[in-house]
Design a protein around this ligand. Structure first.
Ligand code: HEC
Length: 161
């Protein structure tokens, strides 16, 4: 089951959300550390997809080895266990808009962030197969991959202005 880890990792967000309470400064520190860690993971997503996007647009010369490496990184990153990255109380209403862009509805009962995380795992895994197979192949996998990032951001991220 190739996608299992990612699914479990993202689904675990909900489980952790029920138990973590931000009631003292140690808990605040833990929440801030989690925010920093998840933003760092996002930065690594952006760094790797940046190369693929540059090649797709023709701004960077296509290189099968480099494209495959970036796509493999992205696929691996998407499957990391994220269960400690999204503690309840680490949204932008609680911690402040200057600290995090994560909207409270990530933790709402009807949140589908786990599915959106799965969509990224699937798109990144498809890109991992496609990236080394030529520029057209890479371009074909780019749309769904970009959409998987954008779709989650649209719903669950409030970009800083
Ligand atoms: C499952 C939801 C989800 C997916 C999928 C997702 N993101 Fe994010 N992203 C977020 C959320 C939520 C934040 C805000 C995190 C915070 O500030 O605590 C964010 C923040 C970011 C940031 C800002 C990081 C910072 O330092 O503030 C970047 C860059 C980013 N995402 C890039 C990406 C890219 C590129 C992809 C796809 C390869 C992606 N994201 C996929 C939810 C997602």
């Amino acid at each position: 089951m190739k996608y299992g880890l990612g699914l479990i990792a993202v689904a675990a967000i909900t489980a952790v959300a029920g138990t973590a309470a931000i009631s003292d400064s140690n808990a605040d520190k833990a929440a801030l550390a989690a925010v920093k860690a998840r933003q760092s993971q996002m930065t690594l997503y952006a760094f790797n997809i940046g190369l693929l996007g540059g090649m797709a647009k023709g701004n960077v010369e296509y290189d099968a080895t480099a494209a495959s490496a970036a796509a493999a990184n992205l696929a691996s990153l998407s499957k990391l266990d994220q269960s400690r990255l999204w503690p309840q109380g680490s949204d932008n209403e609680t911690l402040g808009h200057d600290v995090t862009e994560a909207l409270p509805k990530i933790w709402a009962a009807d949140s589908d962030i786990a599915q959106k995380g799965m969509a990224l795992v699937e798109a990144a895994t498809a890109m991992e197969s496609a990236a080394g197979g030529g520029l057209d192949s890479l371009r074909g996998a780019m749309g769904p991959l970009g959409k998987s990032c954008g779709s989650c951001h649209e719903t669950y991220r409030q970009a800083k202005n």
